[in-house]
Design a protein around this ligand. Structure first.
Ligand SMILES: [Zn+2]
Ligand SMILES: [Zn+2]
Length: 339
């Protein structure tokens, strides 16, 4: 907070209608004994934010999201208020945005299975991190390892999805095709390569092929897609077409990991092909319980932040950040906002 305003208010970004947002002065959230207040350092933006901003996210049609809303679900920052001995004021943390009800059958396994879950900045009105401060339950704040920059730690939230996806694979190694060269696809590729897989990344054109080569991976153009030959496909593009390509690419006995969420149901899906070729399909939502692993992999350089983060914009330039995020020709996938 700056000195020019009262101590109890902060700036926060609200989406008020599709494509409309404003930064307004609101009260700083008040915390209870089992919550901490985080001064936000960086916020990562992703396709989910674009869908929310455009009013196109599936959560709108199920009444799990509505305007006005405060977005921002990938964040790093510093504890500003806490009564928890393990998270004293000044601790650098990242936020796990998924908060289950804590009592249902789903929550007994993982918060992502909870129908009632709040996803901070995404679902059921949990006020997001595009603000000077955000409050989270104690269990949703994870300390950043010493020496890891706050900015790079922001990648932990998308990274847990990639790590959870790659960890579902039962095969020990071989050829893997990643479809989607966004943050989740690139991180999945980096983790697969670290685990000894030969990794190909499907691209849409020469420009993204260049980008993929500069990241140290072999690009595959649309007319060279493997047919019934790779052992594993990690699908992180989330279009009907890319999902169909996944099943075309994988060999008999192979595994398909689905990370992308298509915004329309698939018109046709050949179940016979899945049965007759002994395929395994995994749907993966987020990666609860994998934050420590994600932060370690970012720290160790397995997940390579310089090859993922494109630009960092100040909060006041949110519009420029969104414009870059919507531009498929940007150099690297991740766009950050510095608070
Ligand atoms: Zn995201
Ligand atoms: Zn629950």
């Amino acid at each position: 907070m700056t000195n020019t305003k009262s101590a109890e208010t902060m700036k926060a970004l609200f989406i008020t209608a599709p494509q409309k947002w404003e930064i307004v002065e609101v009260p700083v959230p008040e915390i209870t004994y089992d919550e901490v207040l985080i001064r936000v350092g960086y916020v990562g933006l992703c396709g989910t934010d674009l869908e929310l901003l455009n009013g196109k996210h599936p959560y709108f049609s199920t009444s799990n999201a509505s305007f006005p809303m405060q977005i921002g679900h990938e964040m790093s920052g510093t504890i500003a208020q806490s009564t928890n001995a393990a998270l004293p004021v000044g601790t650098e943390v990242i936020m796990d945005p998924i908060v289950g009800c804590g009592i249902c059958a789903g929550c007994k396994n993982r918060a992502t299975w909870c129908q009632e879950r709040i996803e901070i900045g995404v679902r059921r009105g949990g006020p997001g991190a595009l603000a000077e401060f955000v409050k989270v339950p104690v269990g949703n704040a994870h300390p950043i390892p010493k020496g890891l920059a706050l900015r790079d730690a922001t990648l932990a939230e998308p990274a847990v999805t990639s790590i959870a996806g790659v960890s579902r694979i039962k095969a020990a190694g071989g050829r893997a095709l990643v479809i989607g060269d966004g943050t989740i696809g690139i991180i999945a590729a980096q983790v697969l390569a670290h685990r000894g897989w030969e990794v190909l990344i499907a691209v849409l054109g020469e420009r993204s092929a260049e980008r993929v080569r500069s990241l140290g991976f072999e690009p595959v153009m649309p007319d060279q897609m493997p047919s019934h030959s790779v052992n594993v496909v990690v699908e992180a593009a989330g279009t009907n077409r890319s999902i169909k390509s996944s099943f075309q690419a994988v060999c008999a006995g192979g595994e398909v990991v689905l990370l992308g969420v298509p915004d329309t149901p698939m018109e046709s899906f050949d179940v016979a092909d899945v049965v007759l070729r002994d395929l395994s399909i995994y749907g993966v939502l987020n990666g609860p319980g994998r934050y420590k692993e994600a932060l370690t992999l970012i720290s160790e350089g397995v997940i390579k932040s310089p090859k993922i983060i494109d630009q960092v914009f100040p909060f006041a330039q949110f519009g420029d950040a969104i414009a870059l995020l919507a531009n498929p020709d940007r150099k690297l996938p991740k766009v950050l906002v510095s608070m």
